[in-house]
Design a protein around this ligand. Structure first.
Ligand code: UGA
Length: 425
């Protein structure tokens, strides 16, 4: 099939490349000319393991093409996927500027029947507005929420847990059934509003699950229980499951915080209560304080102290800094007069743009040197493999706060550190 993708961020690029690998011809369009030109040169504007090579291969074999002219993207396209971002602006309201611009351009430039699939996350009210905006042309509209995770975006696009399509349009449904016939994932075809609710409810549920385990971890800390065993024990019940029960300093990223906040906001508009999701969001907002409190308990005052932060991205495997808990911790510590240094495996360059005056390096040892304490803020599993004995010798103090519970507590203590995890004895 000839497919066009509007928007070349994580979602657009990963989705499109997955279609290329399934034997389709994909034209990628982005309004940002510089972005398209750099992708053509092989430079992907974000870090996602393996994507650079695959894009190159798909360009080489002719299955992927890039353009900054919508007319070219429309030419021959049987299906158009809209994958532009919808960042949250205030009070849980999404900024639909990019999505609206894309729809207006489509309406103006499209001259024939075409299937439009909205992948951008939009709430039910925004969907109605967008549908209205697309009115007038012969568009067959569907929503197809994405469930990929940053850091495993390609794997998730090729092999999603499930494919959800919401449409009332028979032509769109038939075409999408055909497109997804080569995917072995579970498939659910439903109406657009139910598909949208599946997306919001999924991310909100994950947010609730994380905030739940974080509260249980805080309780474990008080009574001297071990959250690792508690989470494993709970997770052995298949009705609960072990995934997303990793306690820590809270969830970040462009999706869980945004979608849970947005769900609470549009539920108010609908006159419904979503108290549990609202509380999960609030618990998460305060969870970073656990790391700060640990620091204060040991150092008394952070003013003038050298604090090393390991991890800047909102999670391991990505260079995405959006809603990163690490950045929240850094700005809090700096306000308290701490001297902060920071390390990351992928986001140093991006972080330098937003953290002026902070020493940032991709060398863990340079960051650890002279530190009074370290905080692991991102779950880069690479931190398990570094030379902690060497770090111990280079540091000024011995305190390591593992905000992601990724290190072996016993080993760290044997190496001579004062090790503190979240909910770990
Ligand atoms: C999330 C969802 O997991 C995807 O299914 C969804 O498609 C995506 O949002 C989206 O809506 O686009 P992502 O934002 O990439 O994916 O990140 P997650 O893997 O969900 O992690 C989010 C945050 O939760 C991270 O900060 C992570 O460190 C934290 N987390 C995750 C925990 O604190 N504990 C856990 O057990 C799991």
């Amino acid at each position: 099939m000839n497919i066009s993708i509007i928007g070349t961020g994580y979602v657009g690029l990963s989705t499109g490349i997955a279609f290329c690998l399934k034997g389709h011809k994909v034209k990628f369009y982005d309004i940002n000319k510089n972005k398209i030109q750099s992708i053509i040169k092989g430079k992907i504007p974000f870090f996602e393991d393996g994507i650079e090579k695959l894009v190159k291969n798909c360009v080489k074999d002719g299955s992927a093409n890039f353009t900054f002219k919508l007319e070219e993207a429309l030419d021959k396209a049987e299906i158009i996927f809209i994958c532009v971002d919808s960042p949250i602006c205030s009070e849980g309201i999404s900024d639909l500027t990019n999505l609206k611009e894309a729809c207006i351009e489509l309406r103006e430039k499209s001259r024939r029947e075409i299937i439009i699939v909205i992948k951008t996350t939009i709430n039910p009210y925004d969907y109605m507005e967008i549908k209205e905006l697309l009115n007038g042309n012969v568009f067959h509209i569907a929503v197809n929420p994405e469930f990929l995770r940053e850091g495993s975006a390609l794997k998730d696009s090729l092999n999603p847990y499930r494919i959800v399509v919401g449409t009332e349009d028979k032509i769109a449904r038939k075409k999408l059934e055909k497109l997804y016939s080569s995917f072995e994932s579970a498939k659910l075809f439903t109406d657009p509003l139910s598909a949208i609710m599946i997306k919001y409810a999924s991310n909100s549920f994950l947010a609730v699950k994380i905030s739940f385990i974080n509260e249980i971890a805080n309780l474990c800390d008080r009574i001297g229980a071990n959250i690792d065993d508690v989470a494993t024990g709970i997770g052995l019940d298949p009705r609960i499951g072990r995934e997303f029960l990793n306690a820590g300093i809270g969830f970040g990223g462009s999706c869980l915080p945004k979608d849970s906040k947005n769900l609470v906001s549009f539920s108010k508009r609908a006159g419904a209560k979503t108290t549990i999701v609202q509380k999960a969001y609030e618990v998460n907002r305060g969870q970073f304080n656990i790391a700060i409190n640990r620091l204060i308990e040991s150092l008394k005052d952070v003013k003038g102290k050298n604090i090393g932060i390991f991890g800047l991205s909102f999670k391991g495997g990505t260079d995405d800094l959006r809603e990163s808990v690490s950045l929240k911790i850094i700005s809090h510590l700096r306000r308290q007069g701490a001297l902060v240094k920071a390390h990351d495996y992928a986001s140093c360059e991006k972080a330098k743009e937003v953290l002026k005056g902070v020493f940032i390096s991709d060398d863990v040892y340079k960051v650890a040197k002279g530190c009074d304490a370290l905080i692991i803020a991102t779950d880069w599993l690479e931190y398990r493999e570094i030379d902690w004995k060497r770090i111990k010798k280079m540091m000024n103090g011995r305190l390591v706060i593992d905000g992601r519970n990724i290190l072996n507590a016993d080993k760290m203590k044997k190496t001579g550190f004062i090790y503190k995890g979240i909910g770990r004895i």
